[in-house]
Design a protein around this ligand. Sequence first.
Ligand SMILES: *[C@@H]1O[C@H](CO)[C@@H](O)[C@H](O)[C@H]1NC(C)=O
Ligand SMILES: *[C@@H]1O[C@H](CO)[C@@H](O)[C@H](O)[C@H]1NC(C)=O
Length: 461
Amino acid sequence: MHATSSVFWTLLVLLLLSTTEMKRAGRGKGLKGARHGLPRDRVRGIGRHGRSGTPKFMAHNCTESLQSRDVFLDCQERGLIAVPSSKSWAREPKHLLLGRNQIRVLRDGAFAGFEGLRSLDLQQNQISVVEEGAFQGLWRLKTLLLQHNKLSTLSEEALIPMPNLQYLRLYDNPWKCVCSLESLVQTLQVPSKRHLANHARCTEPLRLKGKRLRTVDPEFLCQESDPGTQDDQTDPLEPSGIRTKPDATTSCHAYLFPEPRLDCSHRGLTEVPSGIPSDIVHVDLSHNSIRQLRARDFYGARSLRTLNLKDNDLEQLEKASLSGLLHLRELDLSDNDLHFVQHGVLEDLYFLSLLKLGGNPWVCNYSIHYMVYWLRLHSGVRQFGLQCRSPVEHTGERVEKYVDSYYRGCPREKLQGREESEEETDPKLWESLQEAQGGSEEELEPSHLRGPQKYKIIRLS
Ligand SMILES: *[C@@H]1O[C@H](CO)[C@@H](O)[C@H](O)[C@H]1NC(C)=O
Ligand SMILES: *[C@@H]1O[C@H](CO)[C@@H](O)[C@H](O)[C@H]1NC(C)=O
């Protein structure tokens, strides 16, 4: 009797322990790990970490955050050489950010305990080896970022545990397009998966250099190269000296979390790269040598909310260069060579709230008026740095002040004079000018009485 009850209690305790374990581990993690025969030390200790996270497991200083009810575990730039233990978090993450570390190898079962992951960012590491079972258990994963690594080969088997994968980024890896890559290439070319790994290109052998994995003929991979013809092959990346526009996906670093973002800063770019994906929310093009924004440069970048063009050589923003940016909130044009902004350039920026303009040689002549009218009509926009640099009589003056003083003397005469003498005055500019001045002629006269709120609206730094 006594023996039976102690057996009963032991069983009950065991049962309770395993229930706690299951809860903590998420859906059947322990079972899954065991089923896949993972090394013991990876499964061990699942139930041990406290809700607060035992310091023992927090060795890597990853930070947990909650965004749109998803748990993000951010371990970027932590000098990691391996995937941190799955016990280093208090809440099960859906997104694991491991970019910009020094991971070289992804071992079998590396992500055991991370079965809840929807996205995994491994970009900008040194990964050259992915063992076949590395992604075991990541059946919910939708996004896998492996760009900017050192992969020359990858077995298609490694992708099998991730049937729900929708986004796979493999570009900027030194892919060796030989027989061993055949299964991966074939997988990437299955019609339903053609959107995976769009930009990955062969680095070797020479005859396939620059070819995209998704377009290379798998049969070619296993062909012995013919040394006789190889010399005739020109490098397909530089076909005939025709310079093509840089491509945003390959010349910038792309991040998907917390929000889709392209970092193209400090890349020596002389023009805006093409192909900014439509879901990108933030683009950083600062510290480059871009001279001009051309029409349609941001065509298709429909989701853009911030655009940073600080510290370039911009002299001109072509008409329609910012068209389509209906959701843009922040635009940084500071530290460029802008003298004025062409009429019409800003018209699509309905939701702009912040405009940085400092460090430009703004010229206070009639061409700058458009900018001021636009700002008056868009009173929700905070702008910084709109100051005349020339001509000397206005140097250092706020541009609004210059525009006010332009009309203050004898507004009607000046306005009419301009109307007669400058045939090229854009009728739209004329309209917006009238509007900015209050819309009706009568209001123009006593300029000192004109709606003081118009001046208050424009907040200056
Ligand atoms: C963790 O962060 C603290 C404070 O930021 C720092 O002093 C410590 O060196 C970091 N540890 C590791 C392993 O990076
Ligand atoms: C204002 O100055 C700029 C730069 O010097 C010049 O390109 C532009 O034509 C001038 N505009 C007018 C109306 O004089």
